[in-house]
Structures are given as structure tokens and as C-alpha cells.
Design a protein around this ligand. Structure first.
Ligand code: NAD
Length: 280
């Protein structure tokens, strides 16, 4: 029987720790503030933004909502970011992605001041992570590290295999595991002998975006398996990139979907906001 890594519980612990820190800061007269910008009203984005607002409320972070219409121009959006960059009472700025097609996403990410880049997507943040400097780290992979650490799973010296090389999950995940002294292999869509590489892993992090692709034949007996994927299956049930029923009996530890990596992303966003406030 694998150890089930409970992301709901661990994310609640993190949020409760942050709540205490925020209360202390408030008693010292400092209020942490996150500005969330949503362009248009994509239903999925509205749900994500709503969840972020709720988390802010729970922890005691002030959230400023900029809900601007779909037709907002790139210049107008850059103008809002510029204003928020200059506003000392705002500690974190987040633009909910994706933005409408007429807006250049890269330009928007680059416009956010690295000191307020709580999503950790700015090239300066990514560069800082690569060379071991202080900076904001992308929330989902940062959450995976917390899941491992708080479940007492050793990373140092372990064979870590990450499947996926996206800018928001796979690449920062690999850098973070390296920072924790893991021996890291990154796999992707062109990797040959994927199964053989995965079977070497003591820690296998799966971020492919393919429902239930990884079954027990990819997993070494006793390995820790972290499933970053989120999908709805043919019965509208949530599932991950890992075939949980197949992998759980061989894994030493595993994250479920839902209730594994998912809840950690917002907890780590909140953590980044508090860090931004403390750095100020
Ligand atoms: P992405 O599509 O940007 O990247 C997928 C990666 O998987 C690519 O690097 C690609 O090379 C690799 N890949 C694709 N097919 C492969 C194959 N057959 N073999 C090996 N590698 C293959 O996706 P992403 O943004 O990194 O997200 C990955 C998954 O994680 C998605 O299911 C996404 O919904 C989920 N996700 C969850 C959270 C969360 O908060 N839990 C956050 C971000 C993403």
C-alpha cells in the first residue's frame, strides 16, 4: 500500500501558517496586497481567479480585482501593470493566463516587476532559479517540493525523473529538484525509451497533459509518484496523467487527483505574496 500524499491537508497547513504570519504583519501595521488582473470572462479563468480571491480572504491578504473587458488593448493592460508596479501598497501582481489572442503574453509577463512577480514567470525569476539566486518560483513545482518535504521524502541524492518540459511546470520542477540535490533527468515528447528512464526514478514527477498515460509499467517498486496532470475523463470524473489504480499498488508514495498537487498551487501563490510583502 502506497503512502497517500495528502495535498489538501498539506496546503491547509501552509495556508494556516501564512494566516498567522499575515496577522502578525497586520499587527505591525503592514497589509499584504495582491492585484489580480483578468482580461475577458473565460469561465475557467473566472473560477481560478475566484479561488485565488477566496484564498486571499482566508489568509488575510487584501486582493484587488481588475476585471477588464476582452477588448482591452495590450497598451491598456501594460498601463494597468505599470501603475501597479509603481504602487507601493501592492506587493504581488498576477495576470490570469491565457490572455486574449490580440495581447502578447510574453510582453505582459515581462512587464511585471520581478519584485512583484508572484507567479514566478518573469525571465528574471526563471533566471534566478537557474543560478540559485533568490526570486519567485512558479507555484505548482514549488508546491511539489513542499509535498515531498512535508511527507518526509528525501530528495537529496535520489534519481528524480520529470516528464514534461513546460516553462511553468517541467523546467522549474527540474531546477527545484536539482536545487534540492536530486539527480535529475528531464523527459519530453521526443524522449526515447521513456519507460526505461522512468523506471530508474526514485521520484517520478508527471506533467504531460495526457490522461492516465503513466501506468505501473513505468514505475519502479517503491518509487514516489507525483501527478501534476488534471483532466476530466469520459465520465466527467477528475483524473491525472497517472493511472492511479495501476500505479498505487507498486508506488511507495503517490499523490491522488484530485487532492494532491492541485491545492498546492494556490497555497504557494499565497506564500509568494507573503514573501513579496516581507521583502518589501
Ligand atoms: P504542457 O502541455 O505545456 O507540457 C506538456 C509536456 O509534456 C511537454 O513538455 C511535452 O514535451 C511532454 N509530453 C507530451 N507528450 C508526451 C509523451 N507522450 N511522452 C513524454 N512527454 C510528453 O503542459 P503543462 O502546462 O506542463 O501541464 C501538464 C499537466 O499538468 C496538464 O495536465 C495540466 O493541466 C496540469 N497542470 C496542473 C497544475 C496544477 O495546479 N495542478 C498546474 C499546471 C498544469
Amino acid at each position: 500500500m502506497a503512502q497517500i500524499i495528502d495535498g489538501k491537508l498539506i496546503s491547509k497547513q501552509i495556508k494556516d501558517e501564512l494566516k498567522e504570519k499575515v496577522a502578525t504583519l497586520k499587527s505591525e501595521g503592514k497589509e499584504i496586497c495582491l492585484a489580480v488582473i483578468q482580461v475577458g470572462n473565460d469561465p475557467a479563468s473566472t473560477v481560478y481567479v475566484g479561488n485565488k480571491k477566496k484564498a486571499c480572504e482566508y489568509i488575510g491578504i487584501k486582493s484587488l480585482a481588475y476585471e477588464v473587458p476582452e477588448e482591452t488593448t495590450e497598451e491598456e493592460l501594460l498601463g494597468i501593470i505599470d501603475k501597479l508596479n509603481k504602487d507601493d501598497s501592492v506587493h504581488g501582481i498576477l495576470v490570469q493566463l491565457p490572455v486574449p489572442k490580440h495581447i502578447n503574453e510574453e510582453k505582459i509577463i515581462n512587464a511585471i516587476s520581478p519584485s512583484k512577480d508572484v507567479d514566478g514567470f518573469h525571465p528574471a525569476s526563471v533566471g534566478a532559479l537557474s543560478i540559485g539566486q533568490k526570486g519567485f518560483v512558479s507555484c505548482t513545482p514549488a508546491g511539489v517540493i513542499q509535498l515531498l518535504k512535508r511527507s518526509n521524502i528525501e530528495i537529496s541524492g535520489k534519481e528524480c525523473v520529470v516528464i514534461g518540459r513546460s516553462n511553468i511546470v517541467g523546467k522549474p520542477m527540474s531546477m527545484l529538484l536539482l536545487r534540492e540535490n536530486g539527480t535529475v533527468t528531464i523527459c519530453h515528447s521526443r524522449t526515447k525509451e521513456l519507460k526505461e528512464v522512468c523506471k530508474r526514478a526514485d521520484i517520478l514527477v508527471v506533467a504531460i497533459g495526457k490522461p492516465r498515460m503513466i501506468d505501473a509499467s513505468y514505475v519502479k517498486e517503491g518509487a514516489t509518484v507525483i501527478d501534476v496532470g488534471i483532466h476530466r475523463d469520459e465520465n466527467n470524473k477528475l483524473c491525472g496523467d497517472v493511472d492511479y489504480a495501476s500505479v498505487e499498488p507498486v508506488a511507495g508514495a503517490i499523490t491522488p487527483v484530485p487532492g494532491g498537487v492541485g491545492p498546492m498551487t494556490i497555497a504557494m501563490l499565497m506564500n509568494n505574496c507573503v514573501e513579496a510583502g516581507l521583502n518589501d
